[in-house]
Design a protein. Structure first.
Length: 279
């Protein structure tokens, strides 16, 4: 969806779905009065309800997103997103759990924190499915657009890329973009599967999400580096969370989500070139 097509009715629909699932039906909807006061077909006015953010980790490759903090019944910081990712100028509705704080196993209430994160992950999935069922653009739209634009390439195979990401629609979209550049691909959706696939397939590159079920991205890297068979496989880590410089340096490269297609390809090529010149 282009921002010019955004309406107050779309945002109201997204908020209603979000809050019904996050709090239950019949709860007051805080942004509704502000929406009712807006011109129904004024995208600029609608966007004033959101906080605008720009991600440009590499100059010349910006991505934008608009956020609205709505929380949920167990966690106050979860956000509604209007997100640009992979396709320049195309936006979709999504949820940011915003629960990437570094809570270590020796912290008090660690298990309770894990339970909150599991709850948030499941709720995010339910809300985004609700958006899709209601006809709102979601990551599934991005996947469909990219897949539809990817014809059969004639380039020789450049290698195998393993994609490890629990957001299945976005993983499929990234897969299509990578295949269009001449790579074979395999994708899995959790940390343990990523470790197993890397050991069995010995890919030329692992495109690894930081936030994964069961084993996170850093734990996957740790296991790959501990195995002589997978020690030399380059890893391109990506995340919407804030990742410390020390943790970024455990990978061969880092992509901050959201990122445009051009930056994805640039970073892949950079990581692969760097590995090729190492002794």
């Amino acid at each position: 969806m282009r921002l010019a097509a955004l309406t107050a009715e779309m945002v109201a629909r997204a908020i209603r779905i979000y809050q019904d699932l996050a709090y239950g039906t019949g709860r007051p909807r805080r942004p509704q009065e502000a929406l009712d006061a807006l011109a129904p077909n004024s995208p600029d006015a609608v966007l004033t309800l959101f906080q605008k953010e720009q991600h440009e980790t590499v100059p010349g490759h910006p991505c934008h997103r608009y956020t609205m903090r709505l929380g949920n019944r167990n966690y106050p910081f979860m956000k509604l997103l209007l997100q640009e990712h992979l396709l320049a100028g195309e936006y979709y509705f999504a949820v940011d759990t915003h629960d990437q704080m570094e809570i270590k196993p020796d912290y008090p209430d660690y298990e309770q924190w894990l339970a909150v994160r599991r709850f948030n992950r499941d709720l995010k999935r339910q809300i985004e499915q609700g958006f899709e069922q209601a006809g709102l653009d979601t990551a599934a739209m991005v996947r469909r657009q990219i897949v539809a634009s990817c014809g059969a390439g004639n380039e020789p195979c450049k290698g195998l890329v393993l994609i490890v990401d629990d957001e299945e629609d976005l993983a499929a979209a990234v897969e299509a973009l990578i295949q269009r550049r001449g790579y074979r691909t395999c994708k899995v959706h959790d940390g343990p599967s990523g470790v197993v696939a890397a050991r069995e397939l010995l890919p030329d590159l692992v495109l690894l999400d930081y936030e994964l079920p069961e084993l996170d991205g850093l734990q996957v890297i740790e296991r790959l580096r501990a195995d002589p068979a997978t020690l030399g496989i380059p890893v391109l880590l990506n995340s919407a969370a804030r990742v410390s410089l020390a943790d970024i340096q455990k990978a061969d490269g880092f992509l901050a989500k959201p990122f445009p297609e051009s930056l994805l390809h640039e970073m892949m090529e950079r990581v692969l070139r760097a590995r090729q010149v190492r002794p």
